[in-house]
Design a protein. Structure first.
Length: 366
């Protein structure tokens, strides 16, 4: 600011405040009818030399915090030259590990106020972007003739897909805020009116194509890494060597809290530290569960096997069958024997008849 605090206050007080309706020559006032400690933004941006300032204090001799009284009228200020455009910068990166300083270095020479944050564009509500847009809209509403530019390092810092970028471009067009890109094939300042409307549509399509290209390359990299055995994810806190050592200590009766103090994490953000007791318990339980038998063996019902039994009616005990046959022949008549023989010769499947016939033939031969 080229003006001293008193000169800045006098320049502000030459205009009426559109917010608290303080007349010319008076400081801004609060709702409690007291002199405000700061001039309202809608009032001091009416002064061309102060439009890029974001904070103008009320001098102490004007009585900030005291009951407000109208000041004497002042002479109208001479016409000022055209004001410089107000640039509001916005910088963003997705994760804490990414570098943000290069964007800030590019924005600082141009912008009086820079909003920056580390947040992914997958998050629909980004607080710092909302603050930057709100400030731009407020300045444009208070001074419609003032040129307001939202400056970003590159296009992808604003949105991830075409739908989101189209929504944002519609808001900028409705408010009359210009967009400035510092890098990329479409760098420059674009007015939302006239040819700028077509630019915003082309810009949205280009952002969607770039996003799809990045996604395809990411998937290709994941497939190539998986083919080499690297499936990503967080490294194990307790690796195989640590688990083997922990199980050996547990078999010797060492308590698990003491085992955790003897182990050291080798990789990851906690490298060099001891694993928690819960992690050791979980690793030991998983190892025991993987080595335990699957469960009791289920024995299905078996089909009965055929067994040849020996007995009087089985036909396999020859000595017994011969004795029974002789007893039967001794007490049977010739007619019965003849009938049995006839049945056997006719092909009847009768074991007793066959035996009787065999015994009769043997008796006749003897």
């Amino acid at each position: 600011m080229d003006l001293t605090p008193d000169q800045a206050a006098n320049a502000v007080e030459r205009n009426e405040c559109p917010k608290c309706e303080a007349p010319a020559g008076s400081p801004c006032r609060t709702r409690g009818r007291k002199a405000a400690t700061k001039y309202h933004t809608a009032r001091f941006i009416l002064v061309p030399a102060l439009r890029e300032e974001l904070d103008v204090l009320v001098p102490e001799d004007r009585g900030p915090g005291r009951p407000w009284r109208p000041g004497p009228p002042v002479e109208a200020a001479p016409a000022a030259a055209a004001a410089k455009p107000i640039r509001i910068g916005y910088a963003r990166c997705s994760t804490a590990q990414q570098e943000l300083q290069s964007q800030l270095d590019a924005l600082e020479p141009l912008c009086k106020r820079i909003f920056h944050e580390k947040i992914s564009t997958r998050v629909k509500t980004r607080p710092k972007l909302e603050e930057a847009l709100k400030l731009a809209y407020d300045i444009k509403e208070a001074a419609p003739d003032q040129e307001v530019i939202l400056t970003v390092h590159e296009l992808k810092r604003l949105a991830r897909n075409a739908a989101e970028l189209m929504t944002l471009s519609g808001q900028l067009q409705a408010a009359g805020v210009q967009l400035e890109l510092l890098t990329g094939p479409l760098n420059g300042i674009y007015d939302p009116n006239g040819m700028g409307a077509m630019f915003f549509a082309v810009l949205a399509a280009a952002a969607q194509i770039e996003r799809n290209y990045i996604r395809e390359k990411t998937l290709e990299g994941q497939v190539a890494a998986a083919a080499k055995g690297n499936h990503g994810g967080r490294p194990k806190v307790i690796d195989d060597d640590m688990l083997l050592f922990a199980r050996a200590l547990k078999d010797r009766g060492v308590p698990v809290p003491e085992i955790a103090k003897k182990l050291t994490i080798k990789t990851g953000k906690n490298a060099g530290q001891h694993p928690s007791v819960a992690s050791v318990y979980r690793a030991l339980a998983d190892a025991e569960a993987s080595e335990a038998p699957a469960g009791p063996e289920i024995i299905a019902p078996r089909r009965p096997t055929r067994v040849d039994l020996t007995g009087p009616s089985s036909g396999t005990d020859l000595e017994l069958m011969d004795r029974l046959t002789r007893q039967a022949l001794g007490g049977a008549t010739d007619e019965v024997t003849a009938t049995l023989v006839e049945q056997t010769e006719d092909g009847t499947n009768d074991v007793v008849a066959a035996l009787l016939a065999q015994a009769r033939h043997e008796g006749e031969d003897s």
